[in-house]
Structure formats: structure tokens, C-alpha cells
Design a binder for this molecule. Structure first.
Ligand SMILES: Cc1ncc(COP(=O)(O)O)c(C=O)c1O
Length: 415
């Protein structure tokens, strides 16, 4: 049986909950929103948490809520999700990039220290694929310049460094609940805030959003059901895998199956509209079982990483005195011959994911090159290690990757 790159699940009881909420009349508004926000704030250990229409909408509301003045300098990691710097730029801020480092793939604090100045108003540090970036060092630099630190925690629900959860290191943290994320409420997001006043302002912005409608609900439910179907291992093996193989045999077509950011995703279209009570109910249900799922996800990832360590470069959490916890939303390797490795793995029944994050600097006509971000965009490949996989499936992925490294001639990458 072939293994899909990721397993997207329809949130438990999604259709039934929609129907029941419709009957009860609490689809759009109700007490679940407040309960979800309260639980979330207490779990991350922050003053406040506010539900938002999407992760990207959260960023947009945040800049106004934190009082970041138009024209002010905002620094992003060059390697990340392009929508975030696009929002920064579209709001009239002076956008600057800092390169990533190659262990966590997050912003390099040493390079940040060279760029951060008294002109800087905010730094956005992204924790990629469930692995915390070097956030303690980044937070120290921000504090020494009195700069607001915003964490992009879209992938990182539950990840921590020492006793602190990501989303609690700076002024704010932005989480996404899109379908491929650790908490999936078929869209939406949460912003965590260390200052209660900023939380109040953000809540006012979020409350100005118009309510969603039934068409939106039907679209979200059917799209998520479709994603769940094509990544369901059984259905994946009954057509999707064969289609991927066919496409990969045609030169130049494989990027159609790159998963993640597409050029037309820059906009906020379809990503606005007030977060619903129905979604909060789905979220509350998931946070009850998330620790168990995250543990399984992490143990699968660690089992795979243990077997590949030394054979191929891997994204790795920072080793700190107080320890760190990565949720490993995705397991990430770097391959100089990415396409060949992906094709070799696909022929062995292992589907992979690539081109999710980008070297964002290239999209803004920047003159400066960011070599690590450019390399990460070219080489990052995600292997399947989702919680539903068994130990023997993980071992199969490890052995397929080990064989493919030799077949493709990637042994030198590990040095
Ligand atoms: C790192 C990162 N930041 C922000 C976002 C935006 O989140 P949303 O799609 O909920 O707007 C994403 C979405 O995938 C992401 O991967």
C-alpha cells in the first residue's frame, strides 16, 4: 500500500455538528467561542486569545492592535509563508528580511542582531513545520531594541522551549486552523496576546467582520471532505497514487502536485468572515485529545528521524538546556536532488510534499540574496509521518529513503 504525504481528517462529527448547530441556532454565535479562547489562552499561558477568520487575518488585525505605525520597519524571516510578508507590505510597512539558519529553518538570531535597529517596530519569527525556531535568542534581541515580537505559530500548536509554549514568547502569536494544521476547524485561527489591552482591541477588529453564510459552510464542509478522501490511505491507493505516478513520469509536470502556497493565495479572499461558534465547538473537541495525537505524531517523527540521522540533512529542534518539544507537523529533510529523490520515493510507494514554504525575498524584487532561504526552497522535502501511521509504516519510509539516497546519489549531502 502506498503512503500519502499527509493525512487530512474531517473534524470529528463535522457534518452532524453543523446540522445540530443549525437546529439549535448557535451556528454563528454562542458560548463555545469564549470557552475555546479561554482554554487556549490558559494552555499557552498568555493574557488573552482571540479567534480570527484565518491565520493571515490574525496578522492583519494584529498590526493595528499592537499600534505598529504605518511606515515602520517590520522584519520577517526570508524563508516562510509568502502571505505574511505580503500582508506586511500591503499595510504600508517597510519590509526587511533576515535569512534562516539550517537546523530549525527559522530566522537566524545572529543575522537578526545585525539588522534589528531602533527603526524596527516588529519582528515576525516563524516556527516551521512544528519545530520551534531559536525564539529565546530572538526574544532577547527584540527586548534589547524594544521591538514587538510576533510569533507565527501556524504549524506549532503545543510546541515548546523549556517550560514556555510557542505563542507566549513575545507580544503575540498567530495560529492557523486550516485543514492541514494540528488543530483543524476547516479554517480560522487564534491570536494569543501578552497584553490584555491589545487583546481587547483585536477582539473589536475581529467582531467587525461580517458573519459567514450557509454557502461558506457548505463549501468548507465539502472541500474538507474531499481533502480527507484523497488523503485517506484506502482511497489514495484507489486512484490518487496512480495519478501522481503518471504525472511524475511526465517531465516538468510534477510541480502541479507541489503542496502548499500557490501564487494566487496571496489574497485574503475566502479567508475573512467572522470565526463561528460551530468551528469553536470543533476546536474544543480536538484540544481534548490533542496531547495524545501530538505524542503519537512526535514519536513517529522521532522514530523516522533516528533512522535517517547522518544519512541526509534533517530539520532538527534546537537542543537547549531546558529541552524543547516539537510537534513535528511535518518531518523535513533537505535534498540537493529533490525532484529525483521525490520521484524515487514515489516509485517505492511513498508520497512526499514540497514547495510549501518559499524564499519570500525573491518575491519582493529584493537586491539582497538570502542563500539559506534559497537553498531551503530548493531542497526542503517533507516525508509522511502522520499520527495514524504504524511503526512498521514508519520503518518502511525510513528504509525507502535510505535506499533512494543511494539510488539518486545523495550520500554526500549528509556531510
Ligand atoms: C507558516 C504559515 N503562516 C501563516 C499561514 C496562514 O494561515 P491561514 O491559511 O490560516 O491564513 C500559513 C498557512 O499555511 C502558514 O503555513
Amino acid at each position: 500500500m502506498a503512503i500519502p504525504r499527509q493525512r487530512i481528517r474531517l473534524p470529528q462529527g463535522a457534518w452532524r455538528s453543523a446540522f445540530m448547530s443549525l437546529l439549535r441556532g448557535d451556528l454563528w454565535e454562542g458560548s463555545q467561542i469564549e470557552e475555546f479562547e479561554r482554554d487556549f489562552a490558559s494552555y499557552i499561558s498568555v493574557e488573552d486569545a482571540v479567534t480570527v477568520p484565518s491565520g493571515r487575518a490574525g496578522f492583519r488585525f494584529l498590526f493595528d492592535s499592537l499600534g505598529i505605525e504605518p511606515g515602520g520597519e517590520v522584519i520577517c524571516s526570508a524563508f516562510g509563508y509568502p502571505v505574511v510578508p505580503f500582508i506586511v507590505k500591503s499595510m504600508g510597512y517597510d519590509l526587511k528580511f533576515v535569512d534562516c539558519e539550517m537546523d530549525t529553518l527559522g530566522m537566524d538570531p545572529k543575522l537578526l542582531a545585525q539588522v534589528c535597529s531602533d527603526r524596527t517596530q516588529a519582528v515576525i519569527a516563524t516556527h516551521l513545520y512544528g519545530v520551534p525556531c531559536q525564539i529565546e535568542e530572538i526574544a532577547d534581541i527584540c527586548a534589547s531594541h524594544n521591538v514587538k515580537l510576533i510569533e507565527d505559530c501556524a504549524h506549532c500548536y503545543g510546541a515548546s522551549l523549556g517550560s514556555k509554549k510557542v505563542g507566549s514568547f513575545g507580544a503575540a502569536g498567530c495560529f492557523s486552523f486550516e485543514t492541514s494544521k494540528v488543530i483543524n476547524t476547516m479554517g480560522g485561527g487564534m491570536v494569543t496576546l501578552s497584553d490584555a489591552e491589545a487583546g481587547k482591541r483585536l477582539r473589536q477588529f475581529a467582531a467587525q467582520e461580517p458573519h459567514n453564510n450557509f454557502k461558506w459552510l457548505a463549501r468548507r464542509l465539502s472541500r474538507t471532505s474531499f481533502e480527507a478522501a484523497v488523503t485517506n490511505p484506502l482511497l489514495f491507493n484507489m486512484g490518487v497514487y496512480q495519478m501522481l505516478r503518471l504525472a511524475s513520469s511526465k517531465a516538468g509536470e510534477e510541480d502541479r502536485f507541489a503542496s502548499g502556497y500557490q501564487g494566487d493565495e496571496v489574497s485574503l479572499a475566502g479567508k475573512m468572515g467572522r470565526y463561528t461558534n460551530y468551528q469553536a465547538r470543533l476546536g474544543l473537541r480536538q484540544v481534548k485529545t490533542i496531547e495524545r495525537r501530538n505524542l503519537r505524531r512526535t514519536s513517529n517523527a522521532e522514530r523516522l528521524i533516528r533512522q535517517l540521522d547522518g544519512k541526509i540533512p534533517l530539520q532538527k529542534p534546537q537542543s537547549t538546556e531546558n529541552g524543547s518539544y516539537a510537534n513535528f507537523m511535518l518531518v523535513t529533510v533537505l535534498a540537493s536532488k529533490l525532484k529525483q529523490l521525490a520521484a524515487a520515493l514515489l516509485s517505492k510507494g511513498i508520497d512526499t510534499k514540497h514547495l510549501y514554504m518559499r524564499d519570500c525575498s525573491r518575491m519582493f524584487d529584493g537586491e539582497k540574496a538570502f542563500p539559506n532561504a534559497a537553498r531551503a526552497e530548493r531542497e526542503v522535502l517533507h516525508l509522511p509521518a502522520f499520527p495514524e501511521m504504524s511503526d512498521s509504516q514508519i520503518d518502511r519510509v525510513a528504509s525507502a529513503v535510505s535506499d533512494a539516497i543511494v539510488e539518486v546519489g545523495l550520500q554526500a549531502d549528509a556531510d
